[in-house]
Design a protein around this ligand. Sequence first.
Ligand code: SAH
Length: 249
Amino acid sequence: MTVYLVGAGPGDPGLLTVRGAGLLGSADVVVHDRLIGRELLDLAPASASVIDVGKVPGQPIRQHDINRLLVEQGRTGRLVVRLKGGDPFVFGRGGEEAEALAAAGVRFEVVPGVTSAFAAPAAAGIPVTHRGVSASVTVVTGHAGTPQEPGGVPGAADWAALAVTGGTLVVLMGMAHRGAIAEALLAAGRSAGTPVAVVHWGTTDRQRVVRTSLAGLAAVDLPAPATIVIGPVAALDVHVRGTAPTGAP
Ligand code: SAH
């Protein structure tokens, strides 16, 4: 049997792929992350074993243990769905899981998902590229912070280089280090007025959006999970508007 590394999408259960839904529907075992739409688990048969390996801050489950669990489950011959938030290969450590399965000789298949890097901005009315406004988008983790700050990790993103490429920056896992990230971009010459949007729980009914500028990013008070969009597109809001509320002009 095969272990399927399935992208669950950004949160709205409707954004799971048809292939992902089909596999979930015939799963014997579902191994899932914390940030997945809970409704998705209802797609699995009632008889399926559901294993939550969500890494709760403070009680980390080591990636090594998850890898080992997937190898063990894969060897049982049951149909294993490893359900991961967004796309499995975008900051999801799906690549490491795939490598561990390959090294153990367990067959696997990757089922891509809709990444929050693009879907969360879209849900807030922000196209990550836009003709005449932004010709590129870079997706970067803010988890490692900046190399200079306390808690920053060597090998963190080269924010100075990212500041000069222009275009759109989409920062995942960036809220803890948002102040240092903004500072690093400003120090490297990105302008203080650069539009910024922070999208919390995009695509779900818990979605909240804060619009600000690079100068205001440090003061944005939204909890994780949140996606930070930096660049001129962050000022766009391309929602189709319904009829104006009663009393509005
Ligand atoms: N593989 C995932 C990303 C995993 S990293 C993907 O492709 O989407 C986890 C980070 O993704 C969070 O810290 C947050 O920055 C972002 N994220 C995940 N779900 C989100 C959502 N619904 N809205 C906004 N950001 C989200």
